[in-house]
Design a protein around this ligand. Structure first.
Ligand SMILES: [Zn+2]
Length: 334
């Protein structure tokens, strides 16, 4: 998602509940020292935080939200507001030296605004040592600073961090809202629907899929896996070449596995719902009909394939050899 997209948090699609919670804190002038924006990646938590920061510091007191034209809002629009910071999460999470630098910065008053806003990304990936250091800042926050922590809803966050922040839940967007956002980024209607479905309501992930070759590789894999007679094995050479391409995706491999899982899950739903034809469900869910398999897999076989993807994801999380994991997975999926 574009870093500098100017958007007031009150107008972000799909986050009405979070919008209401934060609007209330603005109206009543009871803004806590820290929030945790908890939800899936790519749904717009950082964009929302940026919009909220703009709203807090907007010079036009007659609007709830950001007016978009005052000097403070214009700095947010240009991506250069001196009292807005993002502490990015590197591999292995935010590091202790980043937290120390942050607490040093927080000890100075905001440069020109009523409140400095800092977003700390992916606190669920922080190591204990760095999290402990952040806890100290959360316990005694210097005045006129708001910390917004973002965390993945499906992973465990340190309870001590959660207990010191107000939790704001974020959800996946509907396919319609996701597609609408994608169309705003110049994606065609048909592609927007497919990407909305494949990204499972995460516009950020959908845009990443669009910018990379992941969907193309996914289509190649699906074509090979689904062609031919049931029980017939795919060409080993072809599978090995595909596995090598998968391994080359590096950190994006996780996204490709997510797409394969969505596809097998769709087929599983189609196999389990006799009242609907497979075509109806696949069409409804946005999957290209050309990708529906010629092979006929039973529910049990499809379930085993979803489990095989789960087990590949676990192996990758343990840092197993990517190429080997991909080869074994494709053999199991054929
Ligand atoms: Zn303004």
């Amino acid at each position: 998602m574009a870093e500098k997209t100017p958007l007031c948090f009150t107008r972000l699609l799909g986050h009405e509940r979070a919008g209401e919670m934060l609007k209330r804190s603005l109206v009543t002038d009871r803004i806590p020292h820290s929030f945790i924006f908890k939800g899936p990646e790519g749904v717009g938590r950082k964009l929302f935080g940026r919009g909220f920061a703009a709203a807090i510091n907007c010079r036009d007191s007659s609007t709830i939200g950001a007016c978009g034209i005052c000097s403070s809002c214009l700095k947010f629009y240009s991506g250069n507001h001196p009292d807005f910071m993002v502490v990015s999460s590197e591999k292995g999470g935010i590091r202790i030296n980043q937290v120390r630098n942050l607490s040093r910065n927080l000890s100075y008053p905001p440069y020109e605004s009523a409140m400095r806003v800092v977003i700390l990304e992916d606190v669920h990936t922080m190591r204990q040592e760095a999290a402990n250091s952040l806890l100290k800042t959360l316990e005694e926050p210097p005045e006129n600073n708001l910390l917004i922590l973002t965390a993945d809803a499906s992973r465990e966050i340190l309870a001590t961090l959660t207990s010191r922040c107000q939790v704001v839940p974020f959800c996946r967007l509907s396919n319609d809202d996701t597609a609408r956002i994608l169309k705003g980024h110049g994606v065609s209607s048909a592609e927007a629907l497919l990407l909305a479905h494949l990204s499972e309501g995460s516009p950020g992930r959908a845009l990443l899929l669009k910018e990379t070759d992941i969907v193309e590789l996914w289509k190649d894999i699906v074509a090979v896996l689904s062609s031919g007679q049931s029980g017939a094995d795919a060409d080993i050479g072809v599978l090995i070449k595909l596995a090598a391409k998968m391994a080359e995706l590096q950190e994006n491999l996780e996204h490709l596995l997510g797409l394969l899982k969505v596809w097998f899950r769709d087929l599983l739903v189609a196999a389990r719902v006799p009242a609907c034809s497979k075509e109806t469900i696949l069409q409804f869910s946005g999957v290209d009909l050309e990708l529906s398999p010629l092979k006929s897999w039973s529910s049990g076989q499809l379930f085993a394939k979803v489990q095989a993807i789960d087990s590949a994801q676990r192996a990758l999380a343990r840092n197993c050899n990517k190429l080997l994991v991909c080869e074994v997975l494709l053999f199991k999926l054929q």
